[in-house]
Each structure stands twice: as structure tokens, then as C-alpha cells.
Write a protein that binds this ligand. Sequence first.
Ligand SMILES: NC(=O)c1ccc[n+]([C@@H]2O[C@H](COP(=O)([O-])OP(=O)(O)OC[C@H]3O[C@@H](n4cnc5c(N)ncnc54)[C@H](O)[C@@H]3O)[C@@H](O)[C@H]2O)c1
Ligand SMILES: *[C@@H]1O[C@H](CO)[C@@H](O)[C@H](O)[C@H]1NC(C)=O
Ligand SMILES: *[C@@H]1O[C@H](CO)[C@@H](O)[C@H](O)[C@H]1NC(C)=O
Length: 321
Amino acid sequence: MSNKVQQSNTSNSASSSPDVYNIVLLVVDIVIMLAKFWLIVIESIVRAFLPKKLSNVSGQTILITGTGHGMGKEMALQYAKLGAKIICWDINEQTNAQTVKEIKQQGGTAYGYKCNVTNREEIIELAAKVRKEHGFVSIVINNAGIMPCHPLLEHTEQETRLMYEINVLSHFWINQAFLPEMIERNEGSIVALSSCAGLFGLANLVPYCGTKFAVRGYMLALAEELRHANPNSNIKFTTIYPYMIDTGLCKNPRYRFPNLFKLIGPQEAAASIIEAQREGLSEASIPRRFLNIEKVGRFVPRRAMAVVNDFLDTGVDTDKK
Ligand SMILES: NC(=O)c1ccc[n+]([C@@H]2O[C@H](COP(=O)([O-])OP(=O)(O)OC[C@H]3O[C@@H](n4cnc5c(N)ncnc54)[C@H](O)[C@@H]3O)[C@@H](O)[C@H]2O)c1
Ligand SMILES: *[C@@H]1O[C@H](CO)[C@@H](O)[C@H](O)[C@H]1NC(C)=O
Ligand SMILES: *[C@@H]1O[C@H](CO)[C@@H](O)[C@H](O)[C@H]1NC(C)=O
């Protein structure tokens, strides 16, 4: 017993000075953390008032999926105008060839490849081919997506699986093909098209919302993982949340106040995505204010937001009528 007392006594006296030391270390850590925290907060507030710094994409090789139509096509045309070389992937060979043709007509450089992004083998093979033929792909834009729109109980198994294959799983296979070289060079940019359906839960879009929330979580975690692996990582991750864009993807939009929620054209949407990518934003909605609405909305009870939703009466109706 006396032995035990002695033991605990010695360990006590031995640890008393390291305790002080550890407390000092902890206080220093807290001060550093708070200083960094507020510096970044203040810096981002100041930055909002400064002119935007956009990266130079001239001479860069950019891969975009879903370039046959809609925002993918418009991004391809606009990035080409900025002097980038565009690699166009789409399942639709004809519309994709048309995009490549239009880029060449405006004096740009583009190469079209037929790719069904549900097919992992096809992606891996094509990615190797693209890297061999065109070298380092510094910007990858995962844009291809589908949006079947009807009540959950009317969604078929095939349609649901296909939606997850295109909207979510393709990002895994494509990024796994192009990330290693980005990590090696410590440069590059990955962009993912989520949606406002990745910020809010919407009727008639249960599986689609699932895919777009998945993209958001995937991008968040991937950025975090790379930051952990290399605190000085220069690889940028940008997640885009468009509201309704006038591409034909969204068949039956419904709104009570059309002026407040008017459909945005694909050109304007593409310009907005390109700006977000060149600025290196981690996330951006189109229009930009929607992301703030979601942040504010999360402060209040969900039932309170439902009252606002009912008042605005905005959404998408089923495509089966
Ligand atoms: N239009 C909107 O209102 C809206 C809103 C929010 C998010 N989004 C998202 O933005 C992205 C682009 O939307 P959009 O409206 O421009 O689409 P779109 O329908 O106009 O064009 C999509 C393109 O992807 C291609 N594609 C489809 N399946 C493919 C496959 N398996 N493999 C390869 N290519 C395939 C199509 O052929 C088409 O050229 C999608 O991910 C969509 O979910 C769209
Ligand atoms: C952008 O990059 C290209 C290719 O590397 C270069 O020729 C051009 O001068 C750069 N432009 C600016 C404004 O830095
Ligand atoms: C794309 O691949 C999926 C499955 O891998 C298939 O169901 C679909 O029919 C294919 N689409 C086309 C147009 O070939």
C-alpha cells in the first residue's frame, strides 16, 4: 500500500511540470488556430470586394463530359474561346461531332470521343488514350447527367440504377483516371455538376436529389482527403449547384413568381461555371445567391422553410403527364 502511494506520488511530481508545459502548448495551439481562423474569415470578406482573380486556361487541356448538348456544349465552346484545348466526351456521337465542328469554326481546338460514362472499362481505356494523345489533362468537368422526374414509386429499377451510374459513379471512374497525374504535378482542377437538387429535397426528384447530394458529399470528402495528404495541395475542387437551366433537361418547371425564378440560359450558366472554376471556388450556385438561401434555411426549423416553399410554389412537375 505504501508502495502504491509512493508510486503515485512520484508520478504526480514527475508529471506536474510537463502538465504546465502541455497547457502552455495547448494555449499556443488555440491562439494559432483562432488567429488563422479569423484571418481566413477576414480575408474572404475582403476578397469579396476585390476584383476577381481568374486563372489562365489558355493552352490547358480540358475534359468535359456531356458536350453534345446543354451546359456541357456551351462550356466547351466558351473554354475553347479562352484558348483551351477541349476533349469532348458524349454518348451521342452526332451531337458531340457538331460541338467539335462549331469549336473549330470559331478557330478553337477540340477532339470528340464517343463515351458512355456508365461504362467503367470504356472510361479507363479512353482516359489512357486521351492522356497518350493529348498529354496532361489539367481540368476535368464531370457534367453529363440525366434527370428522370416523377414520384418515387413510379421510378423503375433500371432508371434509378442508370441515374446513379451516370450522375455519381462516372465521377469515381473519371477522377480516378485523371487524379494521379494531377497529384504528381500538384496542379489541376476538378469540377462537378451537382444541382440545387443537391441542396434542397424536391418532390418528383427523390433519386435525382440522392445523386446530386452524393456528388456534393463526394467532392467535399475528396477535397478534404487531398488536403490531409498534402496541406499545400494546389488541386482545386469546384462543386456547382445550378437552379433550373433552360436546356430541356428539366421538362415541367413550375413557379409562382417567374421573374424571381426565371430559367437561366445555358450560355449564361456555362459562363458562371467557368468563372467559378477559374476563381477556384469550392462551391457555387447558379444564381450565386441560392447557396446563401440554403445556408440561412438550415438555421430555421424545416417546417418553417416548408411554409416559405408553399408560398413560393416552385418546383418540377412529373414528366409522365
Ligand atoms: N438543366 C438544369 O436545369 C440543371 C439544373 C441543375 C443541374 N443540372 C446538371 O447539369 C448537368 C448538365 O445538364 P444539362 O441540362 O446541360 O443536360 P443536357 O441534357 O442538355 O445534356 C446532357 C448531355 O450529356 C450526355 N449524356 C447523357 N448520358 C450520357 C452517358 N451515359 N454518357 C455520356 N454522355 C451522356 C447527353 O448526350 C447530353 O449531350 C447534369 O449533370 C445535370 O444534372 C442541370
Ligand atoms: C496564359 O497562358 C498562355 C499559355 O501558357 C500564355 O501564352 C499566355 O501569355 C498567358 N496569358 C496571361 C495573361 O498570362
Ligand atoms: C450505356 O451503358 C448502359 C449500361 O452500361 C446501357 O444500359 C445503356 O443502354 C448504354 N447506352 C447507350 C446509348 O448505349
